[in-house]
Write a protein that binds this ligand. Structure first.
Ligand code: NDP
Length: 574
């Protein structure tokens, strides 16, 4: 971010406005995540149905034993499986709720789906698959295809079980194996279990009064109903469509709806920040010249660049912490003012333009990047319904109501997001001595590296809290996958059967997480969103490790250097 360029009172006024807008939202909402529901039972059951699993085949129940079992078949499982295969581990099973691998990219097939991380960094295992992405940014179908290609290359389909939800994962001391129950009546056993259920996997709905009564069609963005909309949305030509929410999913969907639907109503509670998102095809000459190992080299360079800039900033160090913070905040506000200016330049109607302006610091919410979202609001069929922080609170059989106005819709799309970084969604995890993981976490999350938790031998967690957080999630998951594969390899190579983190190692990591959390009050000052637990106060250990990605990666290596000290390792009891 560039150096601040306005008088201080300007920044102070903007900060006051940020506070006002945050307080407005907090006053409207039930606290924290209470405003949402992800219990899709009864009248809400239809929102959980998988529209992509046509004709789920019936099958015999499974009661067998594998060496490694993944709960979930997204990038976490795929990346780690690749590393397990490279280490000669054959018996690997993915159990997946969807009807294929892909995780996020299996479920999120809405029109316009694409990734905001540069494809050469986001798509993993490009060297291994000898694949170069088609564009600078990948679209959803390319990423989904890449997931399938990884599964094929590493023979992960052989033992995979789809259309199956794990409901219980219980450690049995009698045979020292995990016993896995599913909604299809299976009772599988595994030596190692990896919770690979994704960071944003379980859809949630805003709990809006009367939503069950809506007489039109409705679905969540992660369950797009192409039978209703048509593959190219052609069935929407004569339909009035509403979309609740304006986060990253809606930002990609609205331009697609705008091109086709008769009318589009966008129900906004808080606007996203929308920056430029240019894309271009991969240069074939560049692709041709790539040498083996290019992706790893590229990743190391990106990491080194981050570290260098951190070092340079630290070296500047002459100013006090307060001065530094102020400088950072002012530069952040300048960035947000540029986002505002961009809106004024693009959106014709000044009232709509004002409504689209986000009033919070950059990174309080997940930043969005799109070149077509803002211009959509210049089309005569697209209407922004700005609820000024309140949100939609009532839905009738006709559609949402706001300020006494009934919005009569044929289709209502919920772009209301997902549960965040939960371990064991749909699934009860019960460790040694019958302890339920959620009960263990009730007094605060306790892990080593966000991956191991004491009392849960041979269980590994991916993408959960107390791990590092990266905008490029696959990069973080790859380090976890490499670490997990190395741990499993160590257990096998040294004649052990179980690995359980020591209490001391776990305590050390909990303290590391606490020490690096919340050095500023920035998070509490943010407008509510899933980055700050919807504005709820949080125990300091119940979040991500903020000590830096490079440090997180290095800690993994250091932990593995002292396996005997950090873990209780034991042979199989006879
Ligand atoms: P989000 O949780 O980011 O957004 C939910 C939206 O619903 C918010 O705008 C929220 O408003 C709004 N909302 C909730 N309740 C109401 C209500 N009652 N009335 C009106 N609005 C309401 O979910 P998304 O699915 O958009 O995104 C989830 C995450 O998935 C992203 O943050 C990103 O990490 C990932 N993603 C990445 C993409 C990419 O790489 N391009 C694309 C899509 C998703 P409020 O802000 O006020 O809470």
């Amino acid at each position: 971010m560039a150096s601040p360029k306005r008088p201080q009172h300007f920044y102070d006024q903007v900060k006051d406005k940020f506070r006002e807008e945050r307080d407005l939202r907090l006053d409207y909402r039930p606290p924290g995540t209470d405003q949402f529901t992800s219990d899709f039972s009864g009248d809400l059951a239809k929102y959980a149905v998988d529209p992509y699993a046509k004709d789920v085949p019936s099958r015999e129940t499974i009661s067998d034993e594998v060496e490694v079992l993944f709960i979930g078949g997204g990038f976490s499982a795929l990346l780690t499986s690749a590393r397990l295969r490279e280490r000669g581990i054959e018996s690997v099973r993915i159990v997946e709720r969807g009807s294929d691998v892909g995780g996020t990219w299996y479920w999120n097939r809405y029109p316009g789906a694409a990734c905001d991380v540069v494809s050469y960094d986001y798509l993993p295992l490009l060297d291994e698959l000898n694949y170069v992405p088609v564009n600078h940014y990948s679209r959803g179908p390319e990423i989904f295809n890449h997931c399938q290609a990884i599964a094929r290359k590493y023979n992960l389909y052989d033992l995979a079980v789809f259309n199956t939800t794990v409901t219980e994962t219980r450690w049995e001391e009698s045979d020292q194996l995990w016993h896995i129950k599913t909604d299809r009546g299976d009772e599988m056993r595994a030596q190692f279990v990896i919770c690979a259920n994704g960071t944003l996997a379980k859809p949630k709905l805003s709990a809006i009064a009367g939503m069950e009564s809506f007489a039109g069609h409705s679905f969540h963005t992660s369950r797009w109903d192409y039978d209703y909309t048509g593959q190219n949305l052609e069935h929407l030509k004569n339909k009035v469509v509403g979309i609740v929410g304006t986060g990253a999913s809606a930002v990609q969907i609205v331009p697609e709806l705008a091109k086709v639907a008769k009318e589009v109503f966008v129900f906004q509670r808080t606007p996203s920040s929308i920056d430029v998102r240019d894309d271009w095809p991969t240069d074939p000459n560049w692709a041709r010249k790539l040498e083996p190992g290019w992706q790893n080299k590229r990743r190391s360079k990106v990491l080194a660049a981050v570290e260098n800039s951190l070092e340079k900033r630290a070296a500047k160090g002459a100013s006090s912490p307060e001065e530094k913070l102020k400088k950072q905040e002012n530069a952040n506000i300048d960035y947000m003012m540029r986002i505002h200016k961009r809106i004024d330049e693009i959106v014709d109607d000044p009232v709509t333009a004002d409504s689209l302006k986000p009033w919070y610091m950059f990174m309080c919410k997940r930043p969005c990047f799109h070149n077509e979202y803002l211009p959509s609001f210049n089309l005569s069929n697209v209407h922004l319904v700005d609820t000024h922080g309140q949100g939609i609170t009532k839905i009738t059989p006709k559609g949402p109501i706001f300020e006494g106005e009934d919005y009569e819709l044929d289709l209502l799309i919920y772009a209301t997001g997902f549960e965040v970084q939960q371990t064991g969604i749909y699934n009860d995890i019960v460790g040694a001595e019958g302890v339920n993981l959620q009960d263990k976490y009730a007094d605060g999350i306790r892990t080593l590296l966000g991956i191991h938790t004491a009392g849960f031998p041979n269980l590994f967690i991916m993408g959960g809290y107390q791990a590092s957080f990266q905008f490029n999630l696959t990069e973080m998951l790859q380090t976890q996958g490499d670490h997990i594969a190395a741990c499993i390899d160590y257990v096998r190579a040294n004649g052990h059967h179980t690995l359980d983190v020591s209490d001391e190692a776990e305590e050390w990591w909990v303290q590391e997480v606490i020490e690096h959390r919340g050095k500023t009050s920035r998070s509490e000052e943010c407008t509510p969103g899933y980055y700050n637990f919807e504005g709820n106060e949080q125990r300091r250990q119940d979040g991500n490790y903020n000590g830096g990605f490079r440090q997180y990666f290095e800690h993994q290596g250091l932990v593995r250097e002292k396996m005997q000290k950090n873990f209780r390792l034991a042979p199989r009891k006879t």
